[in-house]
Design a protein around this ligand. Structure first.
Ligand code: HEC
Ligand code: HEC
Length: 245
């Protein structure tokens, strides 16, 4: 009962808030002040300064740089906020991100995280998607009971496209980025994740498997069949100079 009341109250409060922030006149879902400041931080760096504007490194669509700078578009806001905390606490090491996180307030972190969470994830890698070896595919989708290694899909979602704040999407991050994170956990450079799961997983993987597993999780085998990119984010079709088309 109390739950129903609380929900009703929360909805009324949200409606009131939206109503106030849009001046009660607009029917279109206008961006609230919260979202606007998230966008502002992404574009201007907020308190972290213009040189640290997120778009400088993470791309205008939050798509990442295709190398070691991850995609932010579509990441769960709880996950992103937590990563900023980990950078500030030194539980994830990266000089620029540590400095940036330290200069963003709690409100700013939440605002910028929500801004990126609402963005459609651009499928940057689809054109040259990495492939899965049979052995890596087995580890990723089924794990290996002989060494108590759970399937990656158990926590990262059936198609590796994410499962809430505790299971970030691995698909469409790059192989290089995913591999770098597995190595960071293995060496203890990144830690503080819930129950130390990734520390354990990364150490249960053999050195020779890391690269193949990272490649495999970076694009689910049937990604292009199951998830059509929205028209707005389809890459521009350019003739391939090699084919002479
Ligand atoms: C100078 C380049 C640079 C700038 C500017 C920058 N980032 Fe980053 N960011 C990175 C790199 C590189 C990483 C990956 C570091 C690592 O390996 O841990 C990263 C990682 C992250 C992550 C972790 C993502 C994940 O999948 O775990 C978040 C969240 C993030 N950045 C948010 C931001 C926000 C918000 C801003 C703007 C306020 C910002 N970044 C500005 C380079 C940058
Ligand atoms: C028991 C749950 C669990 C399992 C199983 C698991 N992960 Fe994770 N993984 C996590 C959590 C939780 C995080 C986020 C940690 C944090 O908040 O810092 C994560 C994060 C990651 C990241 C970093 C993503 C980013 O954006 O920075 C990579 C890469 C990753 N996992 C790879 C794997 C691979 C490969 C496997 C399978 C071999 C796997 N994980 C299995 C729980 C799991």
């Amino acid at each position: 009962m109390g739950r129903v009341k609380n929900t009703t109250f929360a909805m009324a409060a949200a409606m009131l808030f939206t109503g106030l922030s849009t001046g009660c006149t607009d029917t279109a879902p206008a961006a609230g002040p919260f979202e606007q400041s998230g966008e502002l931080i992404a574009l201007s760096g907020g308190d972290a300064g213009a040189a640290n504007a997120c778009i400088v490194c993470h791309g205008i669509e939050g798509e990442g740089d295709g190398k070691l700078t991850p995609r932010l578009a579509g990441l769960d806001p709880g996950y992103s906020v937590r990563q900023l905390e980990l950078y500030e606490a030194g539980q994830r090491r990266h000089a620029e991100m540590e400095a940036i996180a330290a200069r963003l307030s709690w409100d700013a972190r939440n605002a910028v995280a929500s801004y990126y969470a609402d963005m459609e994830a651009p499928l940057g890698q689809a054109a040259n998607a990495p492939t899965c070896t049979t052995a890596a595919r087995q580890l990723v989708f089924s794990g290996d009971p002989t060494r108590s290694l759970p399937a990656c899909t158990a926590c990262h979602g059936r198609d590796l496209a994410g499962a809430g704040a505790g299971g970030p999407p691995l698909a469409w991050q790059t192989t290089a980025y995913n591999e770098s994170q597995l190595r960071a956990w293995r060496s203890g450079k990144r830690y503080g994740d819930p129950q130390g799961a990734m520390g354990e997983v990364s150490r249960l993987l053999h050195e020779r498997e890391l690269q193949a597993v990272a490649a495999c999780v970076s694009t689910p085998p049937d990604a292009r069949d199951r998830r059509e990119p929205r028209a707005a984010f389809l890459p521009e079709r350019r003739p391939d100079p090699r084919s002479g088309a």
